[in-house]
Design a protein around this ligand. Structure first.
Ligand code: FAD
Length: 292
């Protein structure tokens, strides 16, 4: 099924993300985790794509496993380190496996700055995918601005280019303060970007994740969140419980405020995905209207 049709149903949806193995040896471990997460019957499951393209074979493999488990897969695809032949090869494979949804990304520029200089921005990839078949295309967006952007306004202009190039929905970078998303939604709607926005939520279940998150994306960490890390960071089980509760709280607030698409950066952790699903068991799947 195409994700745009799932989102058009107007109900809160929960989706999960997995990342593929780096080597064949770990394939079974990731496949097992994906299978466990698929048992939770999410609206869809996404599979990330290694920045250098090295894990691309496994992205298609895990995405087609997910399809076999009866869940709609979303395969990520990055372009900046890739060639046209490689991109066309992956799209051909996706078609052969009946995978209809692609998240089109530029990918991070490698540290040495060396790229084949075929693709420069995700919008070029979106255009190419659009011409290459009947895919439902998603893209990334950044409520706090992309790290390379001069400012949020310019970043939104480029987001508009991606939507005009043919993307059907966008998924946000993780954020820990919902008010950042609400003001972003207001501003992108003002700019005429009307595609569905799926909120990306990261349940932080160990303190080590925090360093990676801030280095990677410069995401703002509110004091309410930092108190949790300060207090529970050295107690793994407590940190995990508090991290799941924080993510659940964020999600309930988002759904209560009309944000229906919720995507969990579940990091191949079926137990974390399961707890969040359980916490929302009565909230998901209903259609809500606003009562005055
Ligand atoms: P773009 O949309 O191309 O934007 C990159 C930068 O260029 C931005 O600063 C933008 O403002 C600017 N820009 C865009 N168009 C133009 C233009 N025409 N002229 C000048 N500047 C322009 N990475 C992976 O390697 N694998 C994954 O699977 C993966 N999944 C992700 C999923 C989500 C939901 C998100 C939010 C990110 C993901 N990433 C992934 C990370 C992503 O690849 C990086 O954030 C990357 O640096 C930017 O990718 P993009 O597709 O947003 O790029």
């Amino acid at each position: 099924m195409k994700i745009r049709d799932i989102l058009a149903q107007g109900k809160p949806t929960l989706s999960f993300e997995v990342f593929p193995p780096k080597t064949e040896d770990n394939y079974n471990t990731v496949e097992k985790a994906a299978k466990e997460i698929a048992k939770l019957k999410p609206a869809f499951m996404s599979v990330t794509y290694g920045a250098g393209g090295g894990t691309s074979d496994y992205t298609v493999g895990i995405a087609s496993d997910i399809k076999e488990y009866g869940v709609t897969p979303l395969a990520h695809l990055t372009c900046v380190s890739s060639t046209r032949e490689k991109v066309q090869g992956v799209l051909k494979e996706l078609k052969a496996h009946g995978i209809e949804n692609v998240l089109a990304l530029r990918g991070d520029i490698p540290e040495n700055g060396q790229t084949p200089k075929v693709y420069h921005y995700a919008s070029e990839l979106i255009r190419e995918i659009k011409q290459s078949g009947d895919f439902c295309i998603g893209a990334a967006c950044y409520p706090e601005g992309h790290v390379e952007s001069a400012n949020k306004s310019v970043d939104m202009d480029y987001l508009k280019q991606k939507v005009e190039a043919g993307c059907d929905f966008v998924t946000t970078q993780m954020f820990f303060d919902n008010s950042i998303l609400y003001s972003y939604l207001y501003r992108i709607r003002e700019k005429g970007i009307t595609v569905p926005v799926i909120a990306g939520i990261m349940p932080v279940t160990n303190a080590k994740q925090i360093k990676r998150i801030t280095q990677m994306s410069g995401t703002y960490l509110p004091s309410r969140f930092m108190s949790i890390v300060d207090r529970f960071g050295d107690h793994p089980a407590a940190m995990k419980q508090a991290g799941i509760a924080y993510a659940t709280d964020q999600i309930i607030d988002l759904i209560a405020n009309g944000v229906n698409g919720i995507h969990i950066y579940s990091m191949n952790k079926p137990d974390v995905a399961g707890k969040i699903k359980e916490n929302l068991s009565e909230i998901l799947g209903n259609e809500y209207t606003c009562t005055p």
